[in-house]
Design a protein around this ligand. Sequence first.
Ligand SMILES: Nc1ncnc2c1ncn2[C@@H]1O[C@H](COP(=O)(O)OP(=O)(O)OP(=O)(O)O)[C@@H](O)[C@H]1O
Ligand SMILES: [Mg+2]
Length: 254
Amino acid sequence: MSEVLSFPPLKMTNSEPAPSPLPLSVRHLAFESGNTPILKGIDLDLGTDALTVLMGPNGAGKSVFLRLLHGLLTPSFGQVLWAGSTPGRTVRKQQALVFQKPVLLRRSVQANLNFALGLRPVANRRQILERALEDAGLQHMAKRPARVLSGGEQQRLALARALILQPKVLMLDEPTANLDPATTLAIEHAIARARTRGVKVIMITHDPHQARRLAEDVVFLHDGKIAEHTPAAEFFENPQSHAAKAYLAGDILI
Ligand SMILES: Nc1ncnc2c1ncn2[C@@H]1O[C@H](COP(=O)(O)OP(=O)(O)OP(=O)(O)O)[C@@H](O)[C@H]1O
Ligand SMILES: [Mg+2]
């Protein structure tokens, strides 16, 4: 695939530049389901300019954490603060979250993108839509119902839709799980391109090769807590926590 998901500057009508939603500050964050603790007191600070990868074994609480960051779940205790604000509507408007299983409308590919564009007053709508379709390699299936796309095509559409309004923060939950190498690479290019535009990316992956390719820093979650948060090179060369060492070695972690 050639150019993937690069957009002309978006001209919003009637809009003032939105204040930066960053930095992120998480304090004593806990989440319980019934009486079961899922996240057990997380403190984390993330700045504006890095691709942060979130790793950890199945059930560690990574997806729950991402949902808490985006305000889709409410903390049982503690706080998520984006530049001092809790993740309400104003904060969420500057973010996009892509789920592992793409959540698409039961409409055409084009209508899915159009729906996202309709959420804001955008001046050059037609042009942005066509460019998004082309860059995601989906122009020849623009009229096709989204639900009949293959898994990889759906994931490309979900990412294109997430990026179409140029969010300042992009959160991705295993965006390339089950995808073939070419589609994985196309999605990685799209993510890297968003990074070059200054988008803050927080991404979950289980693929250490992908994390090595993309991550600038790694947050390793284990058993509902952060076992370590280190620059990526350090994490892969010399992980500090027992949990991360075992995970990278392929040992089963309980
Ligand atoms: N919305 C929710 N409400 C309550 N409990 C939840 C919710 N979502 C997930 N859980 C529970 O929280 C725990 C952690 O789930 P989570 O999906 O965050 O794990 P994960 O680290 O993303 O794992 P995986 O790598 O398998 O995706 C699981 O035991 C799950 O059943
Ligand atoms: Mg998950």
